[in-house]
Ligand binder design. Structure first.
Ligand code: GLA
Ligand code: GLA
Length: 700
């Protein structure tokens, strides 16, 4: 064990040092390796990180911070994402000497650096002198200085300053051997876009580029309705509150496009100046609905996200599913570039995670494809908005109780970090996540109780228990490798997407559609067909009528006697070989005795349509049927309740990370003997204490 540990420590250190010396060469295998930044990432072992703000402390303190970090096996710090006023104290006057020394000093402690561009926090001189760089709220009021995200991403003046500071940083550190990569801005758009005339003009221009003619726009949005017809592009408003659904969906997409243009100004200028091995990322907010993260991830080297539990304790499924969508944004591993050291300061109740929970949460990150876990933050500033947030050291500069648990995680990572390098979760099941559909439903919910994310989670929960790994991907992602593809509320289903899904089905895949699917085109207009639109014909059935439910309806059939909740669609089976799997019981009269779930073989595959939202028990049985019908099997095999299995594989090796979320010790029996990498032993069964973790290598 000792030997193994030492070896892995040496190998991982070596990996970092090689990278730091710029000696890594792009691997020639695989598409990802053609990108030098991706190749460099693949060569990194698992990394433990933290977010550090040296500009908030006297320089005499830096050594002690770094010494304590190194002692906790922290190998990477993210810095500077809020340090604009320190780097450019007045217009055009730059101060980087201090940062030169921070980066050099970190290297002395074997800690690499990720540089954040500071554009979420413009300096006061900038917003004072150029007030148009401050965003305008939808109330018409202009934002003020002193919080963050007050800059307007549609302001050309603001973009000029953002580009400039990013360029200065890139010129100076783009070839610094201790800089691994870059983070653009911070949590794009959690305070959204500016409602000013510039934005309105850009929205109109964006629409003009998309629709070409006003006749086309008027037709797609059906503006004959309520005298909305536009005779001039300049008449088109920014929506405040409810609005035309076509305009609203385009407004959502425009916001994404505006943020994308904003980030690309920085990405482009950084790429011009830096070593191609330095990566570029952005700290996304998981399932944040404000922008389409498939679009925003495209120009990044990798996605990363900020994983916070908030009030309460670990939500295994919803956080697991969030990891899986972040992996899905670029269909590759990612970083958890921020996570919670015990407690946050912004939730309704900022309780502390239990002893052991922080480490287990980090192992779930890794189990779902994270290659770095970074604690926000190292130490609280003595003043500032987040004084109460969790940290790794206290206001006195010495470790808090959690520090030792994080240091243990650091030792874990050093034990297995090099071995897991280059591995990723592989799944038989894909859930489709569509921003268009989520936005379209949220703009016209029809019942306040319809929550498309809750429905996604309910499918995720049921299917992950059976398969032990699920991908969450864009509906337009390549689907060939999946045994089943599930789209719980694919409301916006234009013809090209229907063809893409149908090709998957004809080729042998099983497509499962949930309620509200196939209702809208890409302009958020009703399709002139019944649901599921272009898939009615192959399904051999359709939605005759949908009903928002005031009370549950009974459903019965091959999934047993269950309950339909919130939404129910009265289906019909119109082809001779379309089977009815479930029917509604006595309800509103319309639904009584009518089909609620239908399925049909199509080509080498199958389409199933589920018209309601099941209770958990029925959902579990439906998932069993889906898995069986599609040939989905558990990655490892049956495990007791509360044990999460996270498979990662690659390079001919198969690993399983096991985490015990139950409150009691669990005994897990394996299909055959495996190596236990953390314990340094092996066997065909193991006990895991609450929050216990083991990394299994399946040598078979
Ligand atoms: C009101 C309005 C109509 C229509 C209906 C819908 O009566 O006058 O235009 O919006 O509500 O219920
Ligand atoms: C976000 C931000 C950080 C910090 C944390 C606190 O993730 O990116 O700067 O405010 O929240 O939880």
């Amino acid at each position: 064990m000792l030997t193994f540990r030492k070896l892995s420590w040496a190998a991982s250190l070596c990996g970092l040092v090689l990278l730091a010396l710029g000696l890594c060469r792009a691997q020639s295998s695989g598409g990802a390796a053609e990108d030098p930044a991706k190749a460099a990432l693949l060569k990194l072992p698992l990394l433990l990180g933290t977010d550090w703000y040296p500009e908030q402390w006297p320089e005499t303190r830096w050594d002690e911070d770094l010494r304590l970090m190194e002692a906790a096996h922290i190998r990477v710090v993210r810095i500077t994402e809020f340090a604009w006023s320190r780097m450019e104290p007045s217009e055009g006057q730059y101060s980087f000497d201090w940062l030169d020394r921070v980066i050099a000093k970190a290297a002395q402690y074997h800690i690499a650096v990720v540089l954040g561009t500071p554009t979420a926090t413009p300096p006061a001189w900038l917003t004072q002198k150029y007030p148009e760089t401050l965003r305008v709220l939808d109330t018409g009021q202009r934002d003020t200085h002193g919080n963050r995200a007050q800059g307007s991403v549609t302001s050309a003046v603001y973009l000029r300053f953002c580009r400039d500071i990013a360029e200065r940083m890139a010129e100076r550190y783009g070839h610094n051997a201790n800089v691994l990569g870059w983070q653009i801005d911070n949590e794009y758009g959690y305070a959204n876009i500016s409602y000013d005339d510039t934005t309105r003009q850009q929205f109109q221009d964006w629409l003009k580029a998309k629709y070409k003619t006003l006749d086309n726009l008027n037709a797609r949005w059906t503006t004959a309705y309520w005298s909305e017809t536009y005779d001039n592009w300049s008449e088109i408003p920014l929506p405040i509150g409810g609005h035309n659904p076509g305009l609203l969906l385009d407004w959502d997409r425009f916001i994404t496009a505006a943020w994308d243009a904003y980030q690309r100004v920085q990405i482009d200028v950084i790429r011009q100046h830096v070593d191609p091995k330095q990566f570029i990322t952005g700290n996304l907010m998981g399932f944040f609905e404000g922008q389409d993260y498939f679009v925003l991830s495209a120009p990044l080297t990798m996605a990363s996200w900020d994983n916070y539990v908030g009030t309460g304790h670990m939500r295994v499924d919803s956080i697991g599913m969030t990891h899986d969508v972040v992996r899905g944004y670029k269909r590759q591993n990612f970083w958890v570039i921020e996570t919670q050291p015990g407690a946050v300061n912004w939730a309704p109740v900022n309780n502390f995670l239990n002893k052991g929970e922080v480490r287990a949460v980090a192992w779930q990150d890794v189990g779902h494809g994270a290659d770095e876990v970074g604690y926000w933050q190292w130490r609280s500033a003595l003043n500032g908005q987040e004084e109460y947030h969790g940290t790794l050291i206290g206001p006195d500069g010495t470790p808090v109780p959690l520090y030792d648990e994080v240091a243990q995680l650091g030792r874990d990572f050093e034990t297995v970090g090099t071995t897991l390098q280059g591995t990723t979760p592989v799944s038989q099941v894909a859930l489709l996540y569509s921003y268009d559909s989520r936005w379209a439903i949220d703009h016209q919910k029809h019942t306040v109780n319809y929550d498309s994310m809750a429905l996604l989670t309910s499918y995720y929960h049921a299917l992950r228990r059976l398969s032990q790994s699920v991908d969450v991907v864009s509906p337009y992602a390549p689907l060939d490798g999946y045994k089943v593809v599930v789209a719980p509320s694919l409301n916006v289903l234009p013809e090209d997407l229907a063809q893409h899904l149908l090709a998957y089905v004809r080729n042998g895949g099983h497509l499962v559609l949930g309620p509200r699917s196939g209702m809208k085109d890409e302009f958020n207009a009703l399709l002139p067909q019944r649901q599921p639109g272009y898939l009615v014909e192959p399904l051999g059935g359709r939605v005759e009528q949908y009903y928002a439910l005031e009370k549950d309806v009974p459903v019965t059939g091959i999934f047993g006697n269950g309950t339909g909740m919130i939404w129910a669609e009265q289906l019909s089976a119109r082809a001779a070989d379309t089977e009815v799997l479930m029917q509604y019981g006595k309800s509103n009269g319309w639904l009584d005795g009518q089909p609620g779930v239908i399925t049909r073989k199509v080509g080498k595959g199958r389409i199933t349509y589920i018209g309601t939202i099941f209770d958990d028990k029925t959902m579990a049985i439906a998932a069993q049927w889906i898995a069986q019908e599609s040939g989905v099997t558990p990655a490892l095999g049956p495990v007791p309740d509360g044990i999460e299995v996270c498979p990662r594989s690659g390079g001919g090796k198969q690993f399983f990370i096991l985490i015990n979320w139950a409150e009691e010790t669990r005994h897990v029996t394996l299909p055959h003997a495996m190596k236990f990498l953390l314990a340094g032993s092996q066997g065909d069964s193991l006990d895991l204490a609450p929050y216990g973790v083991e990394v299994l290598l399946d040598a078979k």
